[in-house]
Write a protein that binds this ligand. Structure first.
Ligand code: FAD
Length: 393
């Protein structure tokens, strides 16, 4: 076992770090969606790490994807949120479960950043409990007809297409779920922006779907087997999310070290006080431990090995660390932590998302504990989809 990044992964890390420094940091206080930066990230190949070359990918792998997400999040956690949609839960799910038409129409467009996607699980009455999704997908012979309501959809106001999860029969619970790709430029697709605490570079919407249509070839996986599609999509999304949590924790540490070494009280820099050192030491240890767990999960993907348990553990721990470490950064900054002049108030607001999205902390804990107790193994074969599509044209 060794922990070094390869030369290629280090080069990608340097490129992402430089991009974050030159293109993202100067505009970090500008709230709202920054389409031009997203396009540039696409052109740089940042979304394409995990994809084969014949679908516009760079074949750099999941660990490279994780490293890029970490660097982008270190500058702006909200822009990292885009990686879920442009690089994991939408295109990777299409690669694993989509028809040839879906793969060729959407995957490269997402990888290159030329078109935007979103993933629609959450609903007013179905958050953690995906099996209780109420959005209805009907098979109308030559097309699907979709009616329902979605909430908390990242990219919801800007996405040009969406992976929509719905049910053909609510009484079947998870056995009735289906996943369908939907174009959003139709009259029945009605998004409305949702104001929120943080993650300001990532627009969120609640969406009403009224008689929205999708062609039959847009079904992902099999009719009524959408729950498995959802579980694999969430697994991949957790790589991006947990990497973002590590990047945000690193940003908290960076800011705290800088502040502790320049703020003077009682005739000393505050970083020289043992109690402040204790906080810094904990921030370093938690951030590095989270990074190792996250990279383990990403590396298992590169090895094409089961990873659901490991990435759930990583996502849970990294999310808790981001929330804790952002609070510690606020503590070290004293009153300035509360000021809009310093970045840490933004880190504090953005960190909370990492305990919610892509499976709330409690849901991760249930998954981890059920596995440990032998109640339900997390790395079951049906949740591991082989990446044999790499050989496809
Ligand atoms: C900024 C942001 C972006 C998002 N982006 C998207 C997106 O792009 N697409 C999308 O579909 N969704 C998205 N979401 C929604 C997100 O996935 C959900 O918020 C999350 O799954 C939790 O669902 P919920 O909010 O309905 O909470 P609930 O499921 O109602 O949970 C509320 C609380 O109860 C706890 N809880 C629930 N069930 C249990 C249980 N069985 N045991 C113990 N505790 C439990 C949870 O851990 C949580 O603490 C986003 C959310 C946010 C905040």
């Amino acid at each position: 076992m060794h922990f070094d990044l390869t030369d290629e992964q280090r080069a990608i890390q340097d490129t992402a770090r430089r991009f974050a420094q030159n293109e993202i940091r100067p505009r970090v206080k500008e709230e709202g969606f920054k389409r031009d930066i997203v396009s540039k990230m696409g052109e740089m190949g940042f979304f394409a790490c995990a994809f084969p070359a014949n679908f516009g990918g760079t074949e750099a792998g999941f660990l490279a994807h994780s490293v890029v997400c970490e660097e982008i999040s270190r500058a702006d956690s909200g822009l990292r949120s885009l990686f879920n949609l442009q690089a994991m839960t939408v295109p990777y799910t299409m690669m694993e479960w989509g028809t040839p038409e879906v793969r060729s129409r959407y995957v490269e467009a997402l990888n290159s950043g030329s078109r935007l996607g979103c993933t629609c699980f959450s609903e007013p009455n179905a958050g953690s409990d995906i099996a209780s999704i109420e959005t209805r997908i009907e098979d109308r012979g030559d097309h699907f007809l979709i009616n329902g309501a979605k909430t908390w959809i990242s990219n919801g106001t800007v996405a040009e297409f969406a992976v929509v999860y719905g049910t053909h029969d609510r009484s079947l619970k998870h056995k009735g779920l289906c996943a369908v790709v939907v174009e959003t430029d139709q009259p029945g697709w009605m998004p409305r922006e949702t104001p929120k605490l943080g993650d300001k570079s990532s627009p969120i919407a609640e969406i009403t779907l009224e008689n929205v249509k999708a062609p039959k070839e847009n079904l992902l996986g099999e009719w009524g087997k959408g729950f498995v599609v959802a579980m694999t999509a969430l697994d991949r999304g957790r790589i991006s999310v947990s990497s973002g949590a590590v990047g945000l924790s690193q940003a908290c540490l960076d800011a705290s070290v800088e502040y502790a070494m320049q703020r003077v009280q009682f005739g000393k820099r505050i970083g020289e006080f043992q109690l402040v050192k204790g906080v810094i030491a904990e921030m370093v240890s938690l951030t590095e431990a989270a990074r190792l767990l996250v990279r383990q999960g990403a590396w298992l993907n590169d090895m094409d090995r089961p990873f659901s348990r490991e990435i759930a553990t990583a996502k849970y721990f990294a999310g808790e660390v981001a929330a804790k470490v952002s609070g510690m950064a606020m503590e070290i900054h004293g009153g300035m932590g509360y000021s809009l002049e310093m970045p840490v108030e933004r880190y504090y607001r953005d960190a909370k998302l990492y305990q919610v999205g892509e499976g709330a902390a409690n849901i991760m804990r249930l998954l981890i504990a059920d596995d440990a107790l032998g109640i339900k193994k997390a790395n079951r074969p049906r949740l591991h989809v082989s990446s044999d599509f790499r050989d496809l044209e």
